[in-house]
Design a protein around this ligand. Structure first.
Ligand SMILES: [Zn+2]
Ligand SMILES: [Zn+2]
Length: 342
């Protein structure tokens, strides 16, 4: 495929350094782009990742999640068998990284999951020019356009003004989305205490420890109707759960890129769908591919064929990787929170 990367049943593999990137099964040496469950699995021999991704894996799987963790800060470089490896912000969640591999065969970037929209809770995506760019395609169809997050959250703030006696229950994934919703609400000037379902507390506390300013945040704990008029965040699966009934006649809100699709919005059971995603939308996928100046594009999880077609009609070589084991982004994160809640 390229000199630097090939595909094995475990996932992307760099033979020169004998390392897999985000492998779906336990391997000897792994490089992990970020802490979401379909990318970061436990049981590898060694794991190279940003300090935050290692911390997040430790929080989720326990400190013995791998044999040998090795942390690499953004922009730092290590050499292995003539290949230079460095990690660069992907703008997806706290600690998320693109992996740059460079050697005689050229420069290859594996972007993991990424977004170009601003996010007050993680470092902004860094553009890296390269020869081969491996991109996700979670929202790789022209129908997917994510409006500015602040504009979407205004709908929630308007609803709070219209229904001041109702709890506003917001479904958001535990890693990244929940903290971003809080951060964006603060940016919009909302300064009241925001309450959390128990499954969101550990990661939110970790974000705060890392210096992300989230303002007053408290576990909802046993409280119910006394939170009338307040914002409570929970994993998406809890919106329709028995747990939600303690708040009486709450307004249910769901923040996800999939809320663009009416059927998905209906399926979520939320009365107020907000289009808010930690993945690049169609325009940003295309823009990023152009800006990397890469001549070869490899496309992973999502609408691979559509993006491959776009690349080809725009003069680039492209191939779908058809890798199994990666779910369509935010859906994967839904099932992982279900596990945490249990
Ligand atoms: Zn992810
Ligand atoms: Zn992903």
């Amino acid at each position: 495929m390229s000199d630097l990367l090939t595909l094995t049943p475990e996932g992307l593999y760099c033979p020169a350094i004998k390392a897999h990137i985000d492998p779906i099964r336990p391997v000897e040496r792994a490089i992990i782009t970020h802490g979401h469950a379909d990318h970061a699995r436990s049981g590898h021999g060694s794991v190279l990742a940003t300090p935050q991704t290692l911390d997040i894996m430790g929080l989720r799987y326990g400190t013995d999640f791998c044999g040998q963790p090795q942390s690499l800060n953004y922009g730092e470089q290590i050499d292995l068998s003539g290949i230079e490896i460095s990690l660069h912000p992907a703008g997806h969640v706290l600690g998320s990284a693109q992996v740059l591999l460079s050697g005689e065969g050229g420069r290859t970037v594996v972007s993991g999951d990424y977004k170009r929209q601003s996010d007050p809770t993680c470092s902004a995506f860094e553009l890296i020019t390269c020869d081969t760019f491996v991109t996700e395609a979670t929202f790789g169809l022209p129908v997917f356009r994510h409006p500015p997050a602040l504009k979407e959250l205004q709908k929630l703030l308007t609803s709070l003004r219209l229904f001041p006696d109702k709890t506003h229950l917001v479904g958001a994934y535990a890693l990244g989305k929940a903290q971003r919703v809080i951060g964006e609400l603060r940016a919009a000037g909302y300064d009241r205490t925001i309450y959390l379902h128990g499954a969101l507390v550990a990661l939110t506390t970790y974000y705060e420890e890392q210096g992300i300013m989230l303002g007053p945040v408290e576990p909802a704990a046993k409280r119910g109707k006394e939170l009338a008029g307040e914002i409570v965040l929970c994993p998406p699966g809890q919106l329709a759960d028995r747990w939600a009934r303690r708040f009486g006649d709450a307004v249910t809100v769901m923040a996800s890129g999939w809320m663009r699709v009416r059927a998905r919005a209906r399926q979520s059971g939320a009365e107020l769908p907000l289009i808010m995603s930690d993945h690049a939308d169609w325009d940003d996928l295309c823009k990023t591919i152009i800006e990397t100046q890469a001549s070869q594009i490899w496309v992973t999880h999502g609408a691979e064929e559509a993006l491959v077609h776009w690349c080809e009609t725009n003069g680039r070589k492209a191939r779908p990787l058809n890798m199994i084991g990666y779910d369509d982004g935010e859906e994967a994160e839904a099932s992982e929170t279900a596990v945490e809640t249990g």
